[in-house]
Design a binder for this molecule. Structure first.
Ligand SMILES: Nc1nc2c(ncn2[C@@H]2O[C@H](COP(=O)(O)OP(=O)(O)OP(=O)(O)O)[C@@H](O)[C@H]2O)c(=O)[nH]1
Ligand SMILES: [Mg+2]
Length: 246
């Protein structure tokens, strides 16, 4: 990982993750330090009622590589990631959820894939690719993920075919989104990157999606409906030629 010296900025969106944020930060810091990766972590919290932002600020006071952005209104997961990336210093950007459902130990593998092939611009951690051991996702999670992928493939036929286009765990070169106006709705930040970004090649790497052990999910029926409306919006824009959508 030494040849990887461009700096890595990992964004962690949080909302009511007081029970998880400390554990996640220490796992992330350990794995990135152990692999000699020059990094910063940017936690973007939407003024969580459980004061996740305060815990994050205390962690940040002890480790300057960890930064905190506290937004005073709940504006949603995907825009939190965009906000974090806007403030990122690294040339390589990433995102991981804060609920420990995605393993931080996989980050060096994702970064290695960028390192090893200059033509790869985005590396997505996938729950569905061959080689990803079966995760214990409940039926609702599987439905959300597979129906989302199906609707996307139907509405946005020009998008690259991916095993997990709903993944929230990926890394990318900063140039992919340089000067792009990202305006995602809801949770689907990867889709916004795929639709608006400039990239040549995408790579996928398997991982096991774990069960959430602490804190509660924020992904309910409302988020599902927002995602559906967002897919429709992109589909309409694409068909009307308002956006090239690749
Ligand atoms: N800043 C910010 N982060 C959010 C918001 N909603 C969710 N998040 C964070 O985004 C990540 C994913 O949210 P989850 O509720 O775990 O959603 P999910 O992983 O898609 O669904 P589950 O598998 O049910 O947990 C977590 O780190 C949340 O804390 C939000 O409105 N603002
Ligand atoms: Mg989750």
């Amino acid at each position: 990982m030494n040849k990887f010296n461009q700096g890595f900025s990992l964004v962690i969106p949080t909302y009511n993750e007081a029970a998880n944020i400390e554990d996640l930060c220490s796992l992330v810091v350990n794995v990135l330090s152990k692999n000699n990766i020059d990094f910063e972590v940017i936690i973007v919290d939407d003024n969580s009622p459980d004061q996740t932002w305060l815990i994050a600020q205390k962690i940040s006071a002890k480790d300057k590589r960890i930064k905190v952005i506290r937004r005073m209104n709940k504006k949603g997961l995907a825009t939190a990631v965009v906000e974090g990336w806007k403030n990122a210093k690294g040339d390589i950007l990433g995102v991981i959820d804060s609920d420990l459902q995605q393993p931080p130990e996989a980050i060096p593998f994702l970064l290695d894939k960028l390192n090893q092939d200059e033509s790869v611009d985005i590396v997505i951690a996938s729950r569905n690719i061959k080689g990803a051991p079966a995760s214990k996702r409940n039926i609702w999670r599987r439905f959300v993920s597979s129906s989302g992928a199906f609707i996307c493939a139907f509405l946005l036929p020009k998008l690259p075919r991916l095993s997990d286009p709903m993944s929230g765990f990926f890394v990318l070169r900063k140039e992919v989104i340089h000067n792009k106006a990202l305006s995602p709705w809801g949770y689907k930040i990867l889709l916004e990157v795929l639709v608006r970004g400039d990239y040549k090649k995408i790579s996928e790497a398997p991982y096991v999606f774990a069960e959430r052990k602490k804190g509660g999910s924020k992904a309910g029926i409302k988020q599902y409906l927002i995602s559906f409306l967002y897919f429709l919006k992109l589909g309409v824009q694409s068909r009307m030629g308002l956006k090239s959508l690749r």
